[in-house]
Design a protein. Structure first.
Lengths: 252, 174, 476
């Protein structure tokens, strides 16, 4: 049932509950190389949609590198690259609006879950996400009749992750399959998961170590230490979403 | 009701019909043995008839009660039976529950009202009934049940009050 | 009349003029009115069948073929993308629910307010409610990614251990629209029963069997009338809060979300008034067409009705402008930077023409036409105004849904929405609406004759001194 230690007196996730898994992204280190995007796509069996659909805003990437510029031509300056993925909000606005309960809050892992086989595709969750990080399967992108190149790409599919069909919403899961694998292994060995024992695909692939993933409720973890060292920012936290990703920018 | 012969008189106007009903009462026919069939609703008071009792409002109220209980069940009990946690709101929040309760109350109330018409009027009724098609053309028909002996006298009285036609009512398929 | 009787007094002339203007003062024998209504139902020309055939083709292509294709291929052939996850499907849903509100307004609110002029067209309006809700239902099912699993949204005991989420405005939508659809269909059927009995008495063959079954054995006894009128009274009063709640709940699909421009507290009443606005425009279009194409309808539907509806349309238009300006000025004045960016995008972005078009059709056109009594009484002019209002209201919902979704708090995702298969699907629902209406006009009597006669019984002339006036008795 519901753990009242995590769930506050009113039933809502308590403000004080800082969550379990979190991330730190250092925008000073990020080079915009998109290795995280590629790694995430490979780890999570994300189909690629082709040029036309991608140009129309239908790319399926669970993490994207946002690029902005400041100023007017010719005095244009690039700003820092901003990797954006699901913030696994403590107070996720996507959760209450799904009529089918396809996006719910995991009490054990404190992340926002997307339940593929329950989704009927109303896309209210995507409309309500302030970070716009949800991807919808507009077509059967994993079907080789739609996407001929998938025929060989199928060989590198991750067996731990479902391949989604059309009509389903998906998003970054903090590589929950890796979380489960590590926790299962640790449990069978009768111990806790050690910090750094595993990490998400994007953090693993980043050549600059700009993404750090771990237990934010454990003060000894790298993530928690980094958060304490610098002043970070959480995007759109004024909306009351309680995001679990902290961004560093501007040095200290 | 079908043992005693029935007489059907057709009137074209309201006043002669009201007079005829008064006359019938003077001849000793009880209000229960009279029925008025019309193509337009004529209030009982216009014809000097006793008020018609209807169960529809009580059924509507009962429906509303049932609906409210259903709404409360959907809003407060069913989430406990299928407990799934979503963030940002208490488990059984009050404002969305009010919406569910309101809609269910209205739905069941109106369903009960509709059903009430069917139940009270014994709809659908495809058995042979006393009826003449002239009724839907705006005529007022008075259906009288009386013992055989008085039949002739009543027919005479009705004709004198201005009935367009007076005949033995035959139950026929509509 | 002045030719045959050259010596009419002034009072008699005045009476004759009133009689010509007002249906309620111009009674015909009930049998004659019944005959007229039955004839208008039966008389069918080749033009009717031609239009029917064309519409059937459009429905087959636009609705069934296109939807089948979309179910097989996915929503990719529609225009929705990130960030406009909702597009014309939702616009059409809100549009059709809006149209359906007019029927309830006329048959319920005008009945409660004892507006006698409603009598000849309550059924024509109520039919719009039922058929409009059918199209809204189509549109909402169309927008789902996996529509074949939509039954999961209904609360029923199952072995999956799952239940719909009643926190979600979409679940409230389901309850509200189901309630409204059932309630308005029942409210359409109850006053129809006596007219079905009349049709049964005047038909032969399969028509008679159909009416006999549907009329449920209604005769018109005191008991039957008492139950029927009591029920109609309850419905009239109860369906008004249902009507208000339905479009308010639809508005909460948007207002409850966190998007800039959507999270506006005024959406509830704003949408209800918007629904009445487009609905009354649609009613007047339907009445103009019915009056122009069906036999004998010129007796039942007169310029006085257009005049009365036109007055209502003007008031509703002003109310709409009031709510629109309310919403606009508070966002313009004190809105956060995203909301202000959105407002600027509405007016000055690529869809700015639609925003100005909305203001023209919803405000300028009605205000320019409907103030004048003579113009209000002209059916074709009101048809054009009603059409304009419906275009304007469709624009308004397009602005609120896909255009507003383009601007959000993540500028990297901003992208225009371009409709794809939504267009044939939308045209298909429109054609289906007209098709259903045409079919209904041939199967059920469009004018509630018993209500017209009831009203005519209550109206008469009374002389005060030298003046002849119309009086209405309260028969109920």
């Amino acid at each position: 049932m519901i753990d009242l230690n995590i769930v506050g007196a009113k039933g809502a996730i308590a403000e004080e509950a800082e969550g379990k898994w979190g991330m730190v992204i250092d925008q000073d280190l990020c080079t915009g190389c998109q290795a995280c995007v590629a790694a995430c796509a490979m780890e999570n069996n994300i189909a690629f949609v082709g040029e036309e659909d991608s140009g129309y805003g239908r790319s399926m990437h669970w993490i994207r590198i946002e690029r902005f510029w400041e100023g007017e031509y010719p005095n244009v300056k690039m700003t820092r690259y901003q990797p954006m993925m699901c913030q696994q909000c403590g107070h996720a606005p996507c959760e209450p609006v799904c009529p089918a309960f396809a996006t719910v809050h995991s009490q054990s892992q404190q992340v926002n879950l997307q339940v593929y086989n329950r989704c009927v595709g109303t896309r209210y969750c995507a409309n309500n996400c302030p970070y716009q990080v949800r991807s919808f399967n507009w077509r059967d992108y994993a079907d080789e009749r739609i996407n001929a190149a998938i025929r060989t790409l199928k060989n590198q599919y991750n067996p731990d992750v479902t391949v989604r069909r059309r009509g389903i919403m998906e998003k970054c899961t903090f590589c929950i399959q890796r979380i489960h694998k590590a926790e299962d292994k640790a449990k069978s060995e009768g111990r806790e998961v050690a910090d750094g024992e595993f990490t998400t695909a994007c953090a693993q692939a980043c050549p600059a170590d700009a993404i750090v993933f771990g237990r934010i409720d454990n003060p000894k973890s790298l993530v928690a230490q980094l958060t304490r060292q610098r002043d970070g920012v959480r995007h759109l936290e004024e909306l009351g979403t309680l995001p679990r990703v902290t961004y560093f920018a501007g040095g200290q | 009701m079908s043992d005693n012969p029935a007489i059907l008189a057709i009137f074209a106007d309201l006043d002669p019909a009201a007079d005829a009903i008064e006359q019938l009462r003077r001849l000793g026919i009880h209000d229960n043995h009279m029925n008025v069939i019309s193509g337009v609703p004529i209030t009982e008071a216009m014809l000097g008839r006793p008020n018609q009792w209807t169960n529809v409002p009580r059924l509507a109220l009962g429906g509303a009660g049932l609906g409210m209980l259903t709404g409360i069940f959907l809003a407060f009990v069913s989430p406990v039976m299928y407990s799934i946690q979503v963030g940002r709101q208490p488990f059984t929040p009050v404002p969305p529950s009010l919406i569910v309760i309101f809609e269910m109350t209205m739905l069941f109330m109106l369903l009960a009202t509709f059903l009430g018409v069917f139940l009270d009027s014994f709809f659908p009724n495809y058995r042979p009934m006393h009826y003449v098609p002239e009724v839907s053309d705006g005529k007022i028909a008075i259906l009288v049940e009386c013992p055989q002996e008085e039949g002739a006298a009543i027919k005479e009285a009705l004709k004198k009050m201005g009935a367009e036609s007076v005949q033995e009512a035959e139950a026929q398929h509509l | 009349m002045s030719d045959t009787q050259p010596h009419l007094t002034h009072a008699q002339e005045h009476e004759a003029k009133l009689r010509e203007e007002h249906l309620m003062l111009d009674p015909l024998p009930r049998g004659r009115m019944n005959e007229m209504v039955m004839e208008s139902m039966r008389a069918t020309t080749w033009k009717f069948w031609l239009v029917f055939a064309i519409l059937s083709v459009i429905v087959a292509w636009g609705l069934f073929y296109s939807w089948g294709k979309m179910i097989l291929e996915g929503l990719g052939i529609a225009g929705v993308n990130r960030p406009s996850y909702w597009g014309i499907f939702l616009v059409n849903t809100v549009f059709w629910i809006g149209i359906s509100h007019a029927g309830t307004f006329i048959s319920a609110i005008l009945r409660v307010f004892k507006a006698e002029y409603r009598r000849p067209f309550t059924r024509a309006a109520e039919l719009m409610t039922t058929f409009g809700l059918v199209q809204a239902g189509f549109s909402i099912f169309m927008h789902m990614g996996r529509v074949w699993l939509s039954y999961w949204l209904f609360p029923y005991p199952n072995q999956r251990g799952l239940w719909p989420n009643f926190h979600s405005p979409l679940s409230w939508d389901l309850l509200a629209i189901t309630t409204y659809l059932l309630a308005s269909t029942m409210y359409l059927f109850l006053p129809l029963i006596p007219d079905l009995a009349m049709a049964r008495d005047r038909s032969t063959g399969w028509h008679k069997t159909l009416y006999k079954i549907l009329a449920l054995g209604f005769r018109g006894t005191e008991g039957e009338w008492a139950h029927l009128r009591n029920a109609m009274n309850i419905f009239a009063w109860a369906i008004i809060p249902v009507m208000f709640s339905v479009h308010t709940i639809v508005s909460w699909d948007f207002a409850a979300a966190t998007r800039p421009g959507w999270s506006s507290t005024i959406f509830g009443p704003y949408f209800v008034v918007g629904a009445l606005h487009s609905g009354m425009g649609a009613v007047v279009m339907v009445l103009a067409v019915v009056r122009g194409t069906m036999k004998h309808m010129k007796y039942f539907i007169r310029p006085e009705h257009f005049e009365a509806i036109g007055k209502l349309m003007l008031i509703i238009s002003m109310t709409w402008v009031y709510f629109f300006f309310n919403d606009y000025i508070v966002q313009w004045y004190g809105g956060d930077k995203w909301t202000q960016q959105l407002l600027h995008f509405h007016e000055a972005g690529p869809m700015g023409w639609m925003w100005f078009g909305m203001l023209f059709f919803n405000m300028i056109l009605p205000w320019a036409v409907l103030w004048n009594r003579k113009w209000r009484s002209t059916p074709w002019l009101l048809f054009v105004t009603g059409l304009g209002i419906n275009v304007g209201m469709w624009f308004e919902r397009y602005i609120i849904i896909p255009v507003s979704l383009t601007i959000n708090r993540m500028p990297f995702t901003w992208r225009m929405y371009q409709p794809g298969v939504e267009i044939p699907l939308g045209i298909g629902t429109l054609a289906f609406f007209i098709l259903l209406y045409m079919a209904a006009s041939k199967l059920i009597p469009l004018v509630p004759v018993w209500e017209v006669q009831e009203g005519q019984m209550a109206h008469s002339f009374k002389t005060y001194g030298r003046e002849t006036v119309v009086t209405v008795s309260e028969l109920e």
